[in-house]
Design a protein around this ligand. Sequence first.
Ligand code: URP
Ligand code: ZN
Ligand code: ZN
Length: 472
Amino acid sequence: MKSVLIKNGSVVTATETMSADVLVRGSKVEAIVSSADALGLSADRVIDAAGMMVIPGGIDVHTHMELPFGGTLSADTFETGSRAAAWGGTTTMVDFAVQTKGESAMEGFEQWMAKAEGECAIDYGFHMITGDINEQTLKEMDMLVDEGVTSFKMFMAYPGVYYSDDGEIVRAMQKAAENGSVIAMHAENGIAIDVFVEQALARGETDPINHGLVRKSVLEGEATHRAIRLAEVTGAVLYIVHLSALEALDQVIKARDEGRNVFAETCPQYLFLDLEHLGGGFEGAKYVCSPPLRDRAAGHQERLWQGLRTDDLQVVSTDHCPFCMGDHHTFGTQKQLGRGNFAAIPNGIPGVENRMELIFDGGVSQGRISPNRFVEITATAPAKMFGLFPQKGTIAVGSDADIVLLDPTRTHTLSAATHHMDVDYSAYEGLEVTGKVETVMSKGKVIIENGRYLGSKGDGTYLRRGTTMMLR
Ligand code: URP
Ligand code: ZN
Ligand code: ZN
């Protein structure tokens, strides 16, 4: 088995920072020592990590590759999206398989397995979007847990698409409480929002900015409250996805103070971008996602950073769901589907490649969080939340050698001209960030080095996940 020695770096985990050398053999970490030289350790290859932070590969637990949405498919395939993730220092992703109305969940899972098989640059798992809760689906939830799909996403938003009513949510939560899975909730009151959408369109308010105005933060707070209380009466573990609003965060804080098994993620777009990005005419379509970007002056953004600092928020994922502004070479018209009707703009923002560097910049470089907390929210907590730890999410003897060398001092500019996501714009165009992913190792194989991708599609394999390890 080939061995690699990563020398002279600063090894950062969620709990420790140490000057250490890491010996990798095959796909696993074999040893972490203060000095390989002193112990006479050698390897087939030595990587000098002087000046680098040596951190666990990122884990993005919220991506959508080829997601059917609004009459098109999200622009990245499993091949292009997972490769872009690798470029950005993410070595594991958990995507969403889809069950639509009238379909079997098991068949949905098999379709998504087939889409990803042999295509991915990094390891991957699946959550299941349960779009039709009935007796059959409830049985299939048990079967899916056996297949390593231990979390189910439900939508209080998007009536007529992925939406579930409170009764369906209660049934799914009862099942999740029974089989140990997690309910991942899109918490926005979609029924109320649709009334505001209809009224705005009737007034002729059709530009993307209206997407942000009708999807009020109070309605995210309300849905979050309802999801928490439904989890309380059913005993389910609840994970709020893509939390954007301080009203929602307040509900999560209250539930956690009550000692409940309630967890939440936020995403870089809510930490870096705001309502103003939705303005400027149709250009704002680039920033249409749900929940929407929030008003900076109202204080959402700083509260989210604070929530990450204080562990009221546990995870940063991307909700990577890119749609092109121009035609996509394979999937055709995307954001333009909503010209003249903001409600028809496919919802989603690209970001799988940017998450690690953005959070390092906004978090560590700008002094909001420690490097250890950075590792925790981007790798360790996601792994624990979704049953991947300690195989993933840390640098420890016996763990997968998913390792990133990050230069904490190197400044660079994010741009569509240099990114690898298959989408024709960057949501962070021109943003200068400090902290650069330089080298990426996945299961002991160096896949990014010296500005080159050295991996192959199919390097990434399916991860059969266990149940959550975050229970309180
Ligand atoms: O706008 C978003 N978030 N698109 C992806 C689907 C979802 O709700 O996560
Ligand atoms: Zn969602
Ligand atoms: Zn999503």
